[in-house]
Design a protein around this ligand. Structure first.
Ligand code: AMP
Length: 218
């Protein structure tokens, strides 16, 4: 089963994608993670994307489609979870073509809805385990006092993303509404859109997604 998690920054796409990869043996493909890896690699591409990401703008379609194309090979496990991709109509078309070339299809697009005020407070409070990427939140899931990550069990450093600040967030939200939110109409028209309330507790959202996927698979 191949699915897209769609939603604005801070909707919880990464958290839910990680849970799905653990519970369903699915492969998480996060273009944000791929781009963050590229920027620390010291390559030309890394340098180009770093500034764009810090401003909160979208990286070019050609770059992210290229990154996804490279990953759509090999073991597909229980299927792909596209997390943060596609973000434009051009990327959505490209994903359809890439899956078709592999003889595969998209099974569901899950839109995670969260109101804007909640997004801002979530994002400005979040930090990530530098070791495994587990996401923490000062308000709802604070970093353990002993600094041992609850996911990987390592004594870890917890970092804030460079683009998790009020200025970049404004641009990221604007980019979402201008360029990514039209995808809800695109996938609705294809009969693939499912909607979950992303405001609930992590487990409640996960249960809702599981229910949708089981229903889609049946
Ligand atoms: P994310 O981790 O998904 O919030 O992505 C972080 C940043 O990476 C975004 O603000 C964009 O600058 C860039 N990015 C991630 N995915 C994409 C994409 N599919 N298209 C364009 N830019 C992307």
């Amino acid at each position: 089963m191949n699915i897209i998690l769609l939603g604005p920054p801070g909707a919880g796409k990464g958290t839910q994608a990680r849970l799905l990869s653990e519970t369903r043996n699915m492969v998480q493909l996060s273009t944000g993670d791929m781009l963050r890896a590229a920027r620390t690699s010291g390559t030309d591409m890394g340098r180009v994307v770093a500034e764009v990401m810090d401003r909160g703008e979208l990286v070019t379609d050609a770059i992210v489609i290229g990154l996804i194309r490279e990953k759509l090979t090999g073991d597909t496990g229980g299927g792909f979870i596209f997390d943060g991709f596609p973000r434009t109509l051009k990327q959505a078309d490209a994903l359809g073509d890439l899956l078709a070339e592999m003889g595969q299809q998209l099974d569901a697009v899950i839109e995670m809805q969260v109101d804007d005020a909640a997004l801002v407070s979530r994002i400005t409070a979040r930090s990530t385990c530098a070791n495994c990427g587990e996401v923490y939140n000062d308000l709802t899931k604070p970093i353990p006092a002993d600094h041992i990550c609850t996911s990987c069990g390592q004594t870890a450093t917890f970092t804030r993303r460079a683009d998790d600040n009020a200025d970049s967030l404004k641009t990221r939200l604007m980019e979402y509404y201008k360029r990514t939110s039209p995808l809800t109409g695109y996938y609705y028209a294809k009969g693939q859109l499912r909607v979950v309330d992303g405001l609930g507790e992590i487990d409640a959202v996960a249960a809702e997604i599981a229910r949708l996927l089981d229903h889609t698979a049946a």
